[in-house]
Design a protein around this ligand. Structure first.
Ligand code: 13P
Length: 336
């Protein structure tokens, strides 16, 4: 394992107030997104949409890396250039989702375990050959009733540790993503407790499995009210509780924390990150973003599957990326 190289890449991912574009939706998930704008889920449409994203001129100014799905890492743009080379041309590091999805967890009541460890070392080797420099694995923790169970948190943390170690051995920086979902009626307090337990369990496993913290990126949820909770915590409260929870759980050796948006609106995801950096920094790690929906929602709507709308859609993507990079600097101001 070349820890210097891993640490260099991880630091590059969070340098200069840049963040990640999560464009690693599986074929099923991107199908739902395409369907929402009336576009068919064909290989060409998936390619055209991702090409639109990656070719947005100047995207690399705000975006340091893009997380791709297996198909995209192998795909070529309409003019024959590989999408990997399109990203590299913009100064954007290609990354790859290596988990194979969250499946039903045996012995639980409606909980999930993320799969994808079988054969992972060989896949990592292939992905490195295709140009990937970092990887992502998402574990899903659901709040509701008596859930999450210790069993669910522990099995997912163990799998994250195994994934992270395999990636580091193979030369990819692992993005460790334990997502406590915002679905449900729970309040901020409960999200905080569950997130704290989850992060402590994850870092315990990373330690037990000898993962080098200087060569990972953490991608957590924010500490936020459940989407169905009657009392919604405000922007500053979410920011303060998120930073407090992370300071208690995440060692300073980790170079960067890059949040997922998890179903927050574009504006909320940006405002929360901005408040963290503007009011609750300094923190021991960089606080940045790795957004999927919160970077793509308006862009997808502007596109509508129509080639005539590509420039307009790219302008919307660039605007969101700029706003989130301003939030990394704590200098985001909502346009009037
Ligand atoms: P969202 O920002 O839409 O939650 O997606 C980020 C991601 O990569 C989820 O795994």
């Amino acid at each position: 394992m070349n820890l210097n190289q891993l640490a260099k890449t991880a630091n590059e991912m969070v340098a200069d107030d840049r963040g990640l574009l999560a464009a690693d939706e599986s074929t099923g998930t991107i199908g739902k997104r395409l369907d929402s704008v009336g576009a068919e889920n064909t290989e060409d449409n998936r390619r055209d949409y991702r090409e639109l994203l990656f070719r947005a001129e100047g995207l690399g100014k705000n975006i340091s890396g893009a997380i791709l799905y297996d198909e995209t890492l192998r795909q070529s743009a309409a003019d024959g250039a590989s999408l990997v080379s399109v990203l590299q041309g913009q100064g954007i590091i290609p990354g790859i989702k290596v988990d194979t999805g969250a499946k039903d967890l045996p012995g639980s009541e409606g909980e999930k375990i993320t799969e994808g460890l079988d054969g992972l070392p060989a896949r990592v080797e292939e992905y490195v050959g295709l140009g990937a420099r970092f990887a992502k694995w998402r574990a899903v923790i659901t709040i509701g009733g008596h859930n999450p169970s210790r069993h669910c948190i522990h099995t997912n943390a163990h799998a994250l540790g195994r994934y992270a170690k395999i990636c580091q051995e193979g030369g990819l920086v692992p993005i460790v993503e334990p997502e406590v979902l915002m679905d449900g009626n729970h309040d901020l307090e409960r999200c905080d407790r569950v997130t704290t337990l989850t992060l402590n369990t994850v870092f315990d496993e990373l330690y037990a499995q000898d993962v080098a913290l200087e060569g990972i990126i953490l991608k957590p949820n924010m500490v936020i009210s459940g989407s169905g909770c009657k009392t919604q915590a405000g922007i500053d409260e979410v920011a303060e509780r998120s930073v407090q929870c992370l300071k208690r759980c995440v060692p300073a050796a980790v170079p960067g924390i890059m949040f997922l948006s998890g179903g927050q609106s574009e504006e909320d995801a940006t405002a929360h990150l901005n408040a963290m950096n503007a009011k609750f920094a300094p923190a021991p790690w960089k606080l940045s973003y790795s957004y999927g929906r919160a970077l793509q929602q308006s862009c997808l709507k502007a596109w509508q599957g129509d080639a005539g709308n590509v420039s307009a859609a790219q302008a919307v993507l660039l605007e969101r990326a700029q706003a989130n990079s301003a939030a990394c600097a704590g200098s985001y101001a909502k346009a009037a």
